[in-house]
Design a protein around this ligand. Structure first.
Ligand SMILES: NC(=O)c1ccc[n+]([C@@H]2O[C@H](COP(=O)([O-])OP(=O)(O)OC[C@H]3O[C@@H](n4cnc5c(N)ncnc54)[C@H](OP(=O)(O)O)[C@@H]3O)[C@@H](O)[C@H]2O)c1
Length: 424
């Protein structure tokens, strides 16, 4: 029988882990920690409010009586500047480990599972080697911005001597999930875009707001449920000790395959020509965004000059130019357009939707995930060779989350939305 501590228990990845721990009979006690709200309620759960930005000494007082064999560390604070993100997120993990050291609970911990992500490979900086593998070289040194995942991983390794824990790091791709009162997720922004386009666009057309290159590229996604199952597997698998793993659904997908399904689900039509202006297309009088240059050089340059054989080797043209972001519709500006806002308000009032979902939707994140002009594909070979056999179909993951968002009154009920007429 095991007990677990989950930090960031109310977030997208953390809340899914809590739901899966509840279903796992191995775990008899679950401590959920977060700052502003309480998560799931259950007899197995004890919740504690904690501010991971406070000192280890103060945190230790809040952690009195909290102990577990496994820690799932999913707390995260977004910061625009990379150096600030690195400082803040590294400090939260370090202070938490120090606090458990003070209370004595660190001695009981057998494994710490830390959720990181594909920024590990620099996907936010430009084109990366395809597919990404856990052995790919890190982007370290003065040419590269700080990376909070690297800092957190060093904290895990450097503090292991204070207890007897081993660690596992997960690298999910864009996470498909839902957490109460957390509107910063890809499915919320996409679902709102499609629902509002149904009313705001002529003929209820659903143009892909991103770039043509992205529409044609290949990508992977990570369901929050699949990631949670992976974390529970990694917490117990002996060979997952002190290892970093990619965690994606197991299929490779693309917007060219998913977008028509999104249009059909929300009762929209696919434009006869998706990119009428070619690579630098634009839709109606909505403003495009970009092209915006990313980091110079792109990460593939490091892989191309690595001493290991990679895709970049022998292809000197790779990495000469920084990668770009382009959106044929700037979704941040689109969400402020008068007709768009009117369509949102019509849906909001008719179906009792949550205004915060619109106000807090991460349109800027869509610029990145729909606008990047390169693929993001990872391999799951390392985990599979060690016995992991989880898989989820990406379109099923999208549908499941859209259904949850509908239940939470963030999106309108599609059964009724399909009967709505375009106001344009
Ligand atoms: N979401 C994605 O699409 C995605 C994709 C790839 C990788 N990742 C990575 O996954 C990790 C977890 O992200 P997430 O998306 O699950 O985060 P999230 O949904 O934003 O949740 C963050 C959690 O951290 C807690 N938290 C933040 N500051 C805290 C503090 N000072 N003290 C205590 N708790 C605090 C929050 O609690 P309160 O709400 O109470 O503040 C919340 O429970 C991050 O490293 C992220 O980069 C996420």
């Amino acid at each position: 029988m095991s007990s677990a501590i989950v930090t960031g228990a109310t977030g997208i990845t953390g809340s899914a882990i809590v739901r899966h721990l509840l279903k796992d009979s191995q775990y008899k006690q679950i401590y959920t920690l977060s700052r502003s709200q309480k998560g799931e309620d259950d007899g197995k759960i004890k919740h504690a409010h904690i501010d991971l930005q406070s000192s280890a000494e103060d945190m230790a007082k809040d952690l009195s009586g909290v102990a577990g064999d496994v820690i799932f560390f999913c707390a995260y604070l977004a910061r625009d500047a990379e150096d600030e993100a690195a400082k803040v997120n590294e400090a939260m993990l370090q202070s938490f480990i120090d606090a458990l050291h003070i209370t004595g609970a660190l001695k009981q911990v057998k494994r710490i599972v830390l959720t990181c992500g594909l920024k590990q490979y620099g996907v936010h900086l430009g084109q990366v080697k395809q597919p990404m593998e856990e052995t790919d070289p890190l982007l370290e040194g003065s040419n590269w911005p700080p990376n909070f995942y690297y800092n957190q991983q060093k904290v895990l390794a450097n503090n292991a001597h204070k207890g007897s824990y081993t660690w596992t790091v997960t690298l999910p791709q864009d996470v498909l999930g839902y957490a109460k009162a957390n509107f910063m997720n890809e499915c919320t922004a996409l679902g709102l875009y499609a629902s509002v386009a149904k009313l705001a666009h002529p003929n209820s057309e659903l143009p892909f707001p991103g770039s043509k290159a992205n529409y044609m590229a290949f990508n992977c996604w990570t369901s929050a449920n699949l990631h949670a199952k992976f974390c529970l597997w990694a917490a117990q698998a002996p060979n997952a000790a002190n290892q970093v793993f990619n965690v994606v659904n197991g299929d490779t997908q693309s917007w060219q395959a998913l977008w028509p399904r999104i249009a059909a689900r929300f009762g929209c039509t696919v434009p006869r020509e998706m990119f009428p202006g070619g690579e630098r297309s634009k839709y109606l009088d909505f403003e495009p965004a970009g092209p915006t240059k990313l980091h110079d050089p792109p990460p593939v340059v490091v892989q191309a000059t690595s001493d290991k054989p990679t895709v970049g080797m022998g292809l000197p043209e790779l990495g000469k130019e920084p990668s770009t972001l382009y959106q044929q519709i700037d979704t941040t500006k689109w969400a402020k357009n008068e007709k768009v806002v009117k369509a949102w308000e019509t849906l909001r009032d008719k179906y009792g939707l949550d205004q915060q979902a619109w106000d807090k939707a991460t349109w800027g994140f869509l610029t990145f995930v729909l606008g990047r002009e390169y693929s993001c594909v990872v391999t799951m070979s390392k985990a599979r060779k060690m016995g992991w056999n989880g898989y989820e179909d990406t379109w099923d993951s999208f549908e499941e989350v859209f259904d949850m968002l509908e239940q939470a009154k963030i999106l309108p009920p599609v059964s009724q939305l399909k009967g709505e007429k375009s106001l344009a």
